[in-house]
Ligand binder design. Structure first.
Ligand SMILES: Cc1cc2nc3c(=O)[nH]c(=O)nc-3n(C[C@H](O)[C@H](O)[C@H](O)COP(=O)(O)OP(=O)(O)OC[C@H]3O[C@@H](n4cnc5c(N)ncnc54)[C@H](O)[C@@H]3O)c2cc1C
Length: 426
């Protein structure tokens, strides 16, 4: 057992999910100790897109202005066909902000992580590094986490924000990450490196193509430019271990439009990210141990909602903690009814994240189709009204506390129902 005083809450994992949850719970007057396995806090990677459902929470935390100074507010999200570069559809992000009340932003992931880290430091979260959690257990007075050095931390509640390979997840389900056979390359460079490359410095541009896609957007107040190249690995499909290598990167984008060819040489080639998710699970709580972030719902990235869902988890949990504190106070008591707070969290978050994960898989498949299906998809996307938000309301709207069955539904158009024009060549 730790020598120091027992905190109200232990958070395991100091990624964006763990830090934001620690901040949210500290704001409710709880003492929080966060333990991270790495020797230092930090994030690997480049850009993150954060939509109004996340910037709404940053505003609530008083962090939106700082995020705005570090990020970029793009004017539009433009989807193009990767083969010929033609525009398929767009979201007007200025109008989107008017619609949802909060902006769509792109930000370097280490900047967002740093914003939460500094906010946790200011709020008095106890932050410990070099702490590898190896086990979780419910106890008569709460829950505990055991660390590789043998010491045990106990609190009223333990939040496991320990990512895709969460140790705590094993208490709830015996599952494995699902291999999508897709791999992501990233590359963030100074803006001068791309000025001659036909790039937009104001928009998020997503080129979607057969078995691949390519994303571009500015970062850090426009000083940097971020690119993500994602493709299906033939070696992964063939069951080879050594998959997603740089030779596959170049081959995957052969024949794609010129802006992609100009962007490819700028990708980092010494590191790549194989894309796994997990099947959704609808129970994240066992006793006083709760999963949060990628530990509960690691997604494929097509909805750009992974970090956002993690941030929402902490915000929603803290809202329910606040409601339980208010109830206790009204009843003349103190503290938190954790069973009720965790049950309320578990009643609303898993179903929403299930929907995001499942939609993400379908959305990704739609990006990557070829042949007739590509033509059918393009007809649907080109026919979309730019100002129709029926398919984003359930994600971007203020729905975080709303049970999913009451949230507005998005329309799904089956590709097979789309008739190609007579004589269309595919
Ligand atoms: C290519 C790509 C693009 C993406 N784009 C977006 C986007 O645009 N928008 C978006 O919202 N999301 C995006 N995501 C998803 C997003 O990055 C993740 O969903 C998010 O970072 C998850 O945060 P987390 O804190 O839950 O988990 P993690 O970031 O994995 O953090 C887990 C932390 O726990 C620590 N840890 C792990 N095990 C232990 C242990 N046993 N003991 C102690 N500590 C431990 C780890 O070191 C780590 O610090 C993208 C992902 C990828 C791969």
């Amino acid at each position: 057992m730790s020598e120091t005083q027992r905190p109200d809450v232990i958070v395991v994992g100091g990624g964006i999910g763990g830090l934001s949850a620690a901040l949210a719970l500290t704001r409710k007057g709880l003492t929080v100790r966060l333990l991270e396995r790495a020797k230092e806090f930090g994030e690997v990677g480049a850009g993150l897109q954060i939509a109004p459902n996340c910037t709404r929470m940053l505003a609530d935390y008083g962090l939106l202005d700082e995020a705005k100074t570090l990020g970029v507010l793009p004017q539009a999200m433009v989807m193009k066909d990767a083969t010929d570069g033609s525009e398929l559809t767009r979201l007007d992000l200025v109008d989107l902000e008017r619609t949802y009340g909060f902006p769509y932003m792109v930000i370097h992931r280490s900047d967002l992580h740093g914003i939460f880290l500094r906010a946790c430091q200011r709020a008095g979260v106890e932050l410990l590094t070099d702490q590898q959690c190896v086990g979780y257990e419910n106890t008569p007075t709460g829950a505990s986490a055991t660390f590789a050095d043998g010491h045990v931390e106990e609190a009223e509640v333990v939040i496991a924000a320990d990512g895709m390979h969460s140790v705590a997840r094993g208490l709830l389900v015996d599952d494995q990450p699902v291999n999508s056979s897709y791999v992501a390359y990233r590359g963030a460079v100074t803006i001068d490196k791309v000025m001659e490359n036909q790039v937009s410095t104001t928009d998020v541009v997503v080129y979607i193509g057969p078995g691949c896609h390519f994303v571009q957007y500015p970062l850090r107040g426009g000083e940097m430019f971020n690119q993500v190249a994602v493709f299906q690995s033939p070696k992964a499909l063939a069951g080879q271990d050594d998959w997603g290598t740089p030779d596959e990167l170049d081959k995957a984008f052969e024949g794609m439009c010129e802006p992609i060819q100009l962007g490819l040489p700028l990708m980092w080639r010494d590191r790549w990210w194989r894309m796994f998710d997990r099947n959704p699970i609808l129970n994240w709580v066992t006793g006083k141990i709760a999963l949060l972030g990628d530990a509960a719902h690691p997604p494929l990235q097509y909805m750009a909602q992974g970090a956002i869902m993690a941030i929402e988890d902490g915000w929603v949990l803290a809202e329910h903690v606040g409601a339980q504190q208010a109830q206790r106070t009204a009843d003349g008591g103190t503290g938190v009814d954790w069973d009720s707070a965790l049950a309320a969290y578990n009643a609303v978050r898993p179903e929403h994240c299930r929907r995001v994960l499942s939609t993400g898989r379908v959305w990704g498949e739609l990006w990557h189709v070829d042949g007739v299906k590509r033509e059918q998809r393009n007809i649907i996307l080109r026919g979309r009204d730019t100002y129709d938000y029926t398919f984003t309301d359930w994600i971007y709207g203020p729905t975080a506390l709303t049970p999913e069955q009451e949230a507005p539904l998005y329309p799904i158009i089956p590709l097979d129902s789309v008739k190609l024009p007579e004589g269309a060549e595919v």
